[in-house]
Design a protein around this ligand. Structure first.
Ligand SMILES: Nc1nc2c(ncn2[C@@H]2O[C@H](COP(=O)(O)OP(=O)(O)OP(=O)(O)O)[C@@H](O)[C@H]2O)c(=O)[nH]1
Length: 302
């Protein structure tokens, strides 16, 4: 009998500089992380997907969890915790040579307040300290919090990373994979590209922007000449919305496409061919309206 497929979400958390991106690189592949690092925002919630055996591990974004100093920081911390709360497993990175810092303590306190989280401890940068010191730190941290498991790693040198990945794979709930295997490498890029086009639509259309609009990157093709071809579908709920996006003689969509392409070129640092298409996809809400027109009630599902 073959193993069941598994899929789930993992959040990497830790103070700034703890090595989250380096670890992500080591588990997912350099390309994705280098690019997403450049963005430095919460734009893409998904930072990468790793396959391990029959398991698909989806890494979600946590844009730096630290003690909030300003109001903006506080909003960022909330966003970060949102990612952690949705995750099947949280991996807390602590720097071996810095030990338990004030920032680390604050994170542990916050973790305690959130019951039901499954948290693994990864003591990172073990190449910087003597092994005796590590055992003491691991014991100290495990006294403060009940970790599901403790790992000693060097994300940069790759030590212990395979063990961590293997363990995470086994922790993922049984179920079908969340993303097709051939899209995994490009997934964060696809999501960022969709966000860029969505942003340009918003800037251009303001209040006219149809509610319930989604942008999906359907095709991502790296060409031999170093350029990339990106095909996106803009889904709207009604035929009338399609006209708004296309504009008079297609002027609106042309302007949006140009603006999105310029940003993509800058972001990806190579030539981009962008193809946008607008499609009507009536959705659930529309269906609900239609049902109520027919006299059927949809309220609260009761
Ligand atoms: N010596 C050593 N350095 C490491 C290790 N892992 C990461 N680093 C270095 O630590 C620094 C920070 O690593 P990042 O991966 O950018 O840390 P981060 O947690 O993503 O940082 P933020 O994006 O600021 O939250 C980089 O200079 C890495 O090269 C390690 O295992 N050993």
């Amino acid at each position: 009998m073959s193993n069941p497929t598994r899929a789930g979400f993992v959040a990497l958390i830790g103070e700034p500089n703890a090595g989250k991106s380096t670890l992500l690189n080591a588990m997912v592949g350099a390309k994705v992380s280098i690019v997403t690092h450049k963005v430095q925002t919460t734009r893409a919630r998904i930072r990468g997907v790793a396959m391990q055996g029959q398991s698909q591990i989806v890494f979600v974004d946590t844009p730096g969890i630290f003690r909030p100093r300003r109001r903006l920081d506080r909003a960022m911390v909330q966003a970060a915790w949102g990612g952690a709360a949705d995750a099947d497993v949280v991996v807390l990175l602590i720097e071996a040579h810095r030990g338990l810092t004030e920032g680390g303590k604050a994170i542990l306190e916050a973790l305690k307040e959130r019951e039901g989280l499954r948290v693994a401890l990864a003591i990172n940068k073990i190449d910087k300290v003597k092994s005796e010191a590590l055992l003491g730190l691991a014991a100290q941290l495990n006294e403060k919090f009940e970790f599901a498991k403790t790992f000693m790693i060097s994300a940069e040198r790759g030590h212990g990373v395979a063990d961590l990945k293997e363990w995470l794979a086994g922790e993922m709930p049984e179920g079908p994979w969340l993303y097709p295997e051939d899209q995994i490498a490009d997934l964060p890029l696809r999501m960022i590209a969709s966000e860029i086009t969505r942003e340009k639509l918003t800037l251009r259309l303001h209040e006219e922007l149809p509610y319930q609009l989604t942008v999906e990157t359907e095709n991502w093709e790296e060409r031999e000449d170093g350029s990339v071809r990106i095909d996106q579908l803009i889904y709207v709920a009604r035929d009338g919305h399609k006209g708004i996006i296309l504009g008079h003689k297609g002027e609106t969509i042309k302007a949006i496409s140009k603006a999105a392409r310029m940003e993509l070129i800058e972001f990806l640092d190579r030539p981009v061919h962008l193809f946008l298409q607008v499609k009507v996809r009536p959705n659930w809400l529309e269906d609900a309206e239609r049902y109520s027109e027919m006299g059927l009630d949809f309220k609260d599902g009761n």
